[in-house]
Design a binder for this molecule. Structure first.
Ligand SMILES: C[S@@+](CC[C@H](N)C(=O)[O-])C[C@H]1O[C@@H](n2cnc3c(N)ncnc32)[C@H](O)[C@@H]1O
Length: 255
C-alpha cells in the first residue's frame, strides 16, 4: 500500500472517533485550544482570519467561531472523511468558514484567497518528517499577514528521554482512567478509538526505540522546533504552554 493510501485509510477510520473522543481522551484537549486562542488574541481581535492547518473534524474552529462572532476561518486538511465531519459541524457558520482540501506537504499557501492573521495547527504536524515540518513553518510564515501569529499545538519531545517517556506514559494512564467517563451513547466510538490507541501504544511507547517511518508519530524535540520557527523568520518564538506531551510552540511575524 502506498503512504498516501495508508494515510487515507487511517484517517477514514479515525474521523468520527477523533471528533467524539478527543475531548475525553487527549489530555488537556479543550484547555490547550483555549490557551492558544487566548494568548494570540484570536478570541478578542476584531475580524481575525484564522487558518486551521489539518483542521480535522472542526472542533477548534467551532470554538473560535462561536466565541468570536467577528472571526472568519479557513479549514484545511487532506482527508475527505474529516471534511465530511467538519462540514456538518461548521455548516451553521455559513460563509464565515471556507474549506480547502490540501496536504500540508503541498503548496497550500497558493490555495488561500487572503492572507490569514492567525495560523494554528493541532495534533497533526508531528506526522510529517522533520524536513516537512520545517517547510510547513516556512510556508506559515510566508502566508501570514504582518503581525500574525502561528501556533503548533502538538506532541513534541522535551529535553530528556526520561521526561519524554513519562509524558507518553501520562497519556496512556489518562486514557485508561478516563475511558469510563465517556458517556454510554459514545461507547462504540470509544471502543474503536481504544483499539486504535492500543496499536499506537505498541508502536510508539512499547517500541519507542524502533526506527520510525512516515505515518508514524515522528515527534521532534521542542528545542529543534523553536529553532526552525526562528529560522523561518518568526519572532517571539517560545513554548508558550507545555502540558506533558503537548506544547504550544509558536511565534509572531513582525515584518
Ligand atoms: C489527530 S487529527 C487532529 C485534528 C484536529 N487538528 C484536532 O486537533 O482535533 C489529525 C488530522 O491531521 C490530518 N492530516 C494528517 N496528515 C496530514 C497531511 N499530511 N496533510 C494534511 N492533513 C493531514 C488528518 O486528516 C486529520 O484531520
Amino acid at each position: 500500500m502506498t503512504d498516501d493510501l495508508k494515510n487515507r485509510e487511517r484517517w477514514k477510520i479515525m474521523a468520527e472517533c477523533h471528533d467524539a473522543m478527543a475531548p475525553y481522551l487527549v489530555p488537556g484537549y479543550d484547555w490547550l485550544q483555549t490557551e492558544a486562542l487566548e494568548f494570540t488574541g484570536a478570541l478578542r481581535d476584531d475580524s481575525p482570519l484564522v487558518l486551521d492547518l489539518a483542521g480535522g473534524s472542526g472542533l477548534f474552529l467551532e470554538k473560535l467561531l462561536s466565541s468570536n462572532e467577528t472571526a472568519r476561518a479557513v479549514w484545511l486538511d487532506s482527508s475527505e472523511a474529516f471534511l465530511a465531519v467538519a462540514r456538518k459541524k461548521l455548516d451553521r457558520f455559513g460563509d464565515r468558514v471556507t474549506f480547502v482540501a490540501s496536504r500540508l506537504e503541498d503548496n497550500w499557501k497558493a490555495l488561500l484567497n487572503e492572507a490569514p492573521s492567525h495560523i494554528f495547527s493541532m495534533c497533526a504536524i508531528h506526522h510529517l518528517t522533520h524536513d516537512e515540518k520545517r517547510q510547513v513553518y516556512q510556508q506559515a510564515f510566508d502566508a501570514l499577514v504582518s503581525g500574525g501569529w502561528f501556533c503548533n499545538i502538538d506532541e513534541a519531545i522535551p529535553r530528556s528521554e526520561s521526561t519524554y517517556l513519562r509524558a507518553m506514559d501520562f497519556w496512556v494512564q489518562h486514557v485508561y482512567s478516563n475511558q469510563e467517563s465517556v458517556p454510554e451513547r459514545l461507547w462504540s466510538l470509544r471502543d474503536e478509538w481504544m483499539a486504535h490507541f492500543e496499536k499506537w501504544k505498541i508502536r510508539n511507547v512499547d517500541q519507542h526505540d524502533q526506527p520510525k517511518e512516515k505515518g508514524d508519530d515522528l515527534h521532534a524535540p521542542i528545542s529543534d522546533q523553536l529553532e526552525w520557527l526562528e529560522a523561518a523568520g518568526f519572532q517571539e518564538v517560545d513554548t508558550h504552554v507545555k502540558y506533558h506531551l503537548w506544547s504550544i510552540m509558536g511565534g509572531r511575524k513582525t515584518v
